[in-house]
Design a protein around this ligand. Structure first.
Ligand SMILES: NC(=O)c1ccc[n+]([C@@H]2O[C@H](COP(=O)([O-])OP(=O)(O)OC[C@H]3O[C@@H](n4cnc5c(N)ncnc54)[C@H](OP(=O)(O)O)[C@@H]3O)[C@@H](O)[C@H]2O)c1
Length: 367
């Protein structure tokens, strides 16, 4: 055998061995360790924790110490939260590759949840925007709990015309819709916008936000959700179980793709030449890379089609929350609540969300 071939086989063997070792490492599930005892003097609160991976088995309702707000933080008494695919990925530890960052064997972070609405209980040093008693909504790490700490830059006043449950649906899903349509997709009045996956958390807000910009909106959903999506303002609805939108005659300026069900080249066929495809999410089913494979393929496809393909990670910030709160106050955006689960059934809420057929938002209520 030639030296060149020997080197090639050697490099390939090292690569295969390395990849196999990585796959085994990230696939290892450690047993769930017990909760540490509560420190003397701690104020006990109920919280959902995650000490090992698995939906719903990795989650427990525990009594933990109430946290104290630090610099720029606000302690919020949580009244409601909502679940997002991000928590499903984090709790299940899938796709496996995310464990390189979230923790090998067991998760590094034990508190779960982010979206929340509640009442300010206390403020930390140099947190000046809120005072105890204020009703707020936004993002707080560990929001599946009676109390959670929020950065004051990630919360705003709750609009008085909606409930805590409705407000708790907004943060990640509506910010994702807003930033995808406005910042990535450059939405404007009169543009033709297609929202693939218009009946889930992101999609139900996206339809309403796109209409508020004066766009002509086509929602892609199944027949059972068609009326709901129309009632949110969609001008046209395509039932994905009967019709493939990439085979239609319409040409779109912007596709907000929450689902990842279509090839980029097929979507390109139904777009204007300077159209934009905004990749929001992809399939959960691929166990190693999951939706990351959609991002990778978008980078490859970008070299072969005329239109731009963009991917982004939503950033929950006070300015955009305030923008959305304004839409709510003006009666132009509402939260569609599919199901409500009490805090102790957060695992069941994540199982339901993970099935991929939520109609709007799945909310966690906290007594
Ligand atoms: N990039 C980011 O920063 C970011 C932030 C948030 C979310 N995401 C991602 O965005 C995606 C959507 O999130 P979400 O909260 O809206 O999820 P979701 O609420 O779980 O979405 C469920 C909805 O998707 C619909 N759906 C399923 N298959 C479909 C298909 N083939 N065509 C059209 N609709 C379909 C379902 O309708 P049916 O029941 O009728 O099938 C259901 O109403 C997820 O992949 C998530 O990971 C990304």
């Amino acid at each position: 055998m030639k030296l060149r071939n020997k080197i090639f086989i050697g490099v390939a063997a090292v690569f295969v061995l390395g990849f196999s070792a990585l796959a085994v490492t990230v696939s290892y599930d450690s047993p769930c360790p017990p909760a540490p005892p509560l420190a003397a003097g701690a104020v006990p609160i109920r919280a959902i924790t995650q000490r090992c991976y698995g939906v719903p088995d990795g989650l427990r309702l525990e009594t933990i110490a109430r946290p104290e707000p630090k610099e720029g933080q606000v302690l919020v008494k949580v009244r409601a939260s909502s679940v997002n695919p991000a928590e499903w990925y984090g709790v299940s530890g899938q796709p496996r590759v995310i464990r390189l960052s979230s923790g090998i064997g067991t998760p590094k972070r034990t508190r779960v949840g982010y979206d929340m609405a509640g009442i300010v209980e206390a403020v930390g040093p140099n947190a000046t925007a809120f005072k105890p008693g204020d009703e707020v909504f936004g993002g707080a790490g560990g929001a599946f709990a009676e109390y959670a700490l929020a950065r004051e830059k990630a919360i705003v006043a709750k609009p008085p015309n909606i409930s805590f449950e409705e407000a708790a649906g907004i943060p990640i899903a509506a910010i994702t819709a807003l930033q995808g349509l406005r910042d990535q997709g450059h939405i404007a009045a009169g543009k033709k916008v297609l929202i693939n996956g218009s009946s889930g958390g992101v999609g139900t807000y996206a339809v309403q936000i796109a209409k508020s910009f004066g766009a002509e909106v086509t929602g892609v959903c199944s027949a059972r959700n068609a009326e709901m999506v129309r009632s949110l303002g969609a001008d046209h609805v395509i039932d994905y179980t009967k019709e493939n939108f990439t085979e239609g005659k319409e040409r779109y300026d912007l596709i907000l793709d929450n689902v990842g069900s279509q090839d980029f080249s097929d979507m390109s066929n139904v777009m204007t030449p300077d159209g934009i495809i905004v990749v929001v999410g992809g399939s959960k089913k691929e166990p190693f890379l999951g939706p990351i494979s959609r991002v990778v393929s978008s980078k490859v496809a970008g070299g072969f089609i005329d239109q731009q393909i963009k991917f982004y990670i939503a950033d929950v910030n006070a300015a955009d929350l305030e923008w959305l709160a304004g839409l709510v106050r003006d009666g132009k955006m509402k939260t569609v609540i599919d199901r409500r689960y009490p805090l102790e059934e957060t695992g069941a809420a994540l199982v339901y969300l993970g099935e991929g057929h939520a109609r709007g938002k799945v909310v966690i209520t906290v007594d």
